[in-house]
Design a protein around this ligand. Structure first.
Ligand SMILES: CC(=O)N[C@@H](CCC[C@H](N)C(=O)O)C(=O)O
Length: 386
């Protein structure tokens, strides 16, 4: 089993090599190298041409009644790290700002334990590319990576959160995370000389109005008790001060706790964008893509058992959390397989996705020990029920 020092070294190595969605080649190489050092007796380590950076490791159980899956996401974000840590990202403009380096390390810690202590049930460790975009979970399912002998009967995963202290685990019955829709909007007008606005059709003004009107969607069209979010995170338009912009490009994300809510916001956004296009005599191209970012719905029975385990474990503080507006393509996988996702406290003042995000590493052993303890108890419970 990996020691705390070994886990920390692995996490720091992974932290230095963040790669974007579906480009996780170095990360995969590193994971395979670490896994190669574990006891291989009951392990089957697999990669796949259909999703080249994914890894699945199957551990054969001693007398299995089912296959239990555990998923860790692998990709980083297009963020320039500003932590000044000695093990900062070595990849310019890329950062593990969402804690996926910790997610992978926790998975390796659990995997290394069960490679030395054969579990009763089969275990499946899915190192998943592309959580931040491209929806690697959905791709894996559609390309039948998680089928046949590799089909999990249950699936578990965690996400780190800076909002909880180390030693605290957050979870809830029902919806843990929102579903999301990725938004891409292009507005097309007429470029021209800054001195002759009457001869051009300015898409900076149209885009500014669009961003402004978008703010009314949640505040005026959505039930405030149900809630929703629409954020425009990127707006590009124009080339220089004295040229009127004939094109504007906007990117954003919609968040809602139910499919109905997401669809309602999608519909309002289409209507508002069409209205702006009409009033500015512009052409609009709007692309809304939900991919696999479905709401994360925790399975009632498994999650109740998991929460019960946490409440009875003295080293852990359990906290019931509110649903969060973060998205996760594990939501897609939980729509196919029953399971539970939970928050692992890593306590930091910086938020997820911030360039200064610096999660506390002591949380790694909390994650590893929690999952080893829970899975062991869970498998024994199955044995008792046979
Ligand atoms: C936990 C987390 O931060 N997840 C991401 C998931 C990305 C969702 C999708 N690409 C989108 O932007 O809509 C998040 O941003 O919540």
């Amino acid at each position: 089993m990996l020691t705390t020092q070994q886990l920390s070294k692995i996490r720091r190595d992974l932290h230095q090599m963040p790669e974007l969605a579906l480009q996780e080649q170095e990360t995969q190489k590193h994971l395979l190298q670490v896994i190669g050092q574990f006891n291989q007796q009951n392990l089957q380590v697999m990669t796949f041409s259909q999703l080249p950076t994914a890894i699945i490791v199957r551990i054969q159980g001693s007398h299995p009644v089912k296959t239990i899956g555990y998923r860790a996401d692998m990709d980083g974000l297009p963020v320039q790290e500003k932590t000044n840590l000695p093990f900062s990202s070595q990849n310019e403009g890329r950062m593990h700002a969402c804690g996926h380096d910790l997610h992978m390390t926790v998975a390796l810690g659990i995997l290394s334990y069960f490679s030395d202590h054969q579990p009763q049930d089969n275990l499946l460790f899915f190192f998943q590319p592309a959580e931040e975009s491209e929806s690697g979970g959905k791709l894996a399912y559609e390309q039948e990576l998680l089928a046949g002998q590799l089909r999990p009967d249950e699936f578990f995963a965690l996400h780190v959160t800076p909002d909880l202290p180390v030693g605290t685990i957050g979870c809830r019955l029902g919806t843990l995370f929102a579903g999301t829709t990725e938004v891409n909007i292009d507005l097309y007008g007429q470029d021209g000389h800054a001195a002759y606005p009457q001869r051009a059709n300015d898409m900076i003004v149209a885009a500014a109005q669009l961003v402004d009107q978008i703010q009314t969607i949640v505040s005026r069209s959505i039930d405030p008790v149900a809630g929703g979010v629409i954020t425009i995170g990127k707006l590009e338009a124009g080339v220089v001060r004295n040229v009127i912009a004939g094109h504007a490009h906007l990117e954003g994300t919609i968040r809602g706790l139910t499919q109905t809510m997401i669809e309602r916001i999608d519909e309002r956004l289409r209507a508002v964008a069409a209205g702006i296009a009409k009033s500015y005599d512009a052409k609009v191209d709007i692309q809304l893509n939900q991919g696999g970012y479905w709401p994360v719905e925790n399975n009632p029975e498994l999650t109740a058992e998991f929460i019960d385990y946490l409440q009875q474990t003295p080293q852990i503080t359990y906290q019931e959390t509110q649903p969060a507006m973060t998205g996760e393509d594990f939501g897609y996988l939980l729509a196919q397989f029953p399971g539970t996702m939970f928050w692992l406290g890593v306590e930091d003042r910086a938020q997820l996705h911030a360039a200064t995000f610096n999660p506390r590493e002591e949380a790694i052993t909390v994650g590893v020990e929690t999952m080893i303890g829970f899975l062991t108890a869970h498998m024994h419970r199955d044995e008792g029920e046979q």
